[in-house]
Design a protein around this ligand. Structure first.
Ligand code: UD1
Length: 417
């Protein structure tokens, strides 16, 4: 099994280019099932989750090939309605094919999804909301057996809780339903806006009517479309934090800084110097990091996907900090590994109390999920000596060319078998 060896703690300097967003690509790939017209996608990141989603689409009958850095999707002969556990077990976003399959065929059998082990991660909101569009379903032996005998029919839905996945599933499904759907209490992550922009470019009729409300008028046919995926804001946030942790000077490029306002505000508050340009953010880390309290929340709040990374930084703060994880109940699996490096973090329910002024010691470490893996790398980068991170397949799910990008700015990191 591959692992990463990291030799800290040299300062980083240079420019990192941000890849396309994994979390925007996945729903857009799922939404491609809606149409028989060709779709050309640019700026997809080369990461395992995208390969898995492409394998899932191929298993459903999609013809997909890469041509000059563009992914060409041809669903004109796509005819299968069964998404197997094998392809869904590592990737929660697999559930996003349920909406489009029902819109297209009125029937689908889709495995309950897997993904990072960061909480119970139910799909009840997806299913309850789809049932308001006329879907009947039962769960049997780990599969959702669903049908829409009269097709999908527009409706008014208020999500009981803000859910990124359920909002995406319903936007996709309602785009081809009969009549008008109003979705209230939607997640408004930038990746959802990217999905809506893609669908509108395809010819769907979708309008944001209020901050968390969308009106969707179902259409029957759409156009051939070329679309370029937005940047990965979690990758960008990870490298910003990497610079702050290693007291480095990095330019992070190919992004829209306004989308990262919450992260930039927090990095400034705890003492980093952040210079914002049009498509670039320069960050100069500071030796003196101020403690702070953070809670994760749906966008525009602080993202749960950056919680593990910012926790590493707070271990270096001048005082005790607190993090409240408000999205997932079990997303502190990085804590025991960080404590093995010398961190003093204690957990009480969904709250972490983080002692400051920590000097990490190098260690052999185990990655447990995607963002936890990268937090261990950040800790190792800031630690004198050699650390080894095992189980990096988690990392490969979501970070394109991580070692290459870090090496380019001077990190000593290598992959070994
Ligand atoms: C979530 C994160 C997203 C992140 C992704 C991967 C939020 C709001 N969502 O998206 O930013 O990129 O994980 O780490 O930050 N829930 C239910 N029933 C459902 C669906 C969700 O109870 O049917 C609950 C979840 O357990 C969770 C909350 O709602 O507590 C938000 O979940 P949701 O946004 O749907 O999760 P993801 O789409 O995986």
């Amino acid at each position: 099994m591959q692992k990463l060896e990291v030799f800290g703690s040299n300062k980083l300097k240079g420019t990192i280019d941000i890849s396309g967003s994994k979390n925007a690509s996945l729903p857009i790939l799922a939404a491609s099932l809606l149409t028989n017209k060709k779709i050309f996608l640019r700026n997809l990141p080369k990461v395992k989750d995208i390969e898995t989603m492409i394998d899932l689409l191929r298993s459903l009958g999609s013809k997909i090939k890469f041509k000059n850095k563009e992914l060409v999707i041809d669903n004109s002969k796509q005819n299968k309605k069964f998404a197997s556990y094998n392809l869904m077990k590592t990737m929660r976003a697999g559930i996003l094919v349920l909406g489009p399959l029902l819109a297209k065929f009125r029937v689908a059998k889709v495995s309950l999804p897997g993904g990072c082990a960061i909480g119970t991660r139910p799909v009840d909101i997806h299913l309850n909301s789809l049932s308001k569009l006329g879907v009947k379903y039962k769960i049997f032996q780990g599969y959702v057996h669903a049908c829409a005998p009269r097709g999908l029919i527009g409706s008014k839905i208020r999500f009981s809780k803000i859910s990124v996945g359920a909002t995406e599933n319903l936007i996709i499904a309602a785009s081809f339903a009969k009549g008008t759907t109003i979705l209230n209490n939607c997640a408004i992550e930038p990746e959802i806006k990217d999905l809506v922009d893609f669908l509108v470019k395809l010819g769907c009729d979708i309008t944001w009517t209020a901050k968390r409300s969308i009106k969707i008028v179902g259409v029957e046919e759409v156009n051939e479309t070329t679309y370029s995926i937005m940047f990965d804001r979690i990758e960008a946030g990870t490298y910003l934090i990497a610079a702050a942790i290693t007291e480095s000077n990095l330019k992070i490029r190919n992004l829209s800084p306004s989308i990262l306002k919450t992260e930039i505000d927090i990095l400034r508050k705890i003492g980093a110097r952040v210079i914002v340009k049009k498509n670039e953010i320069q960050i100069l880390g500071n030796k003196n990091i101020k403690s702070t309290n953070i809670k994760t929340a749906p966008y525009p709040g602080f993202p749960t996907d950056l919680q593990a990374q910012i926790m590493v930084l707070l271990c270096k703060a001048n005082n005790r900090s607190y993090i409240k994880e408000d999205i997932f109940e079990n997303r502190f699996m990085h804590v025991s590994e960080l404590n093995r490096m010398g961190a003093q973090i204690s957990i009480n329910g969904n709250k972490a109390s983080i002692s400051g002024n920590i000097k990490f010691a190098p260690a052999e470490l185990m990655a447990t999920d995607l963002r936890a893996s990268v937090s261990l790398i950040l800790a190792a980068l800031s630690t004198k000596g050699k650390s080894v991170i095992n189980r990096i397949y988690h990392l490969d799910r979501g970070y394109e060319d991580l070692e290459k990008k870090l090496k380019k700015v001077g990190a000593k990191i290598r992959r070994v078998n």
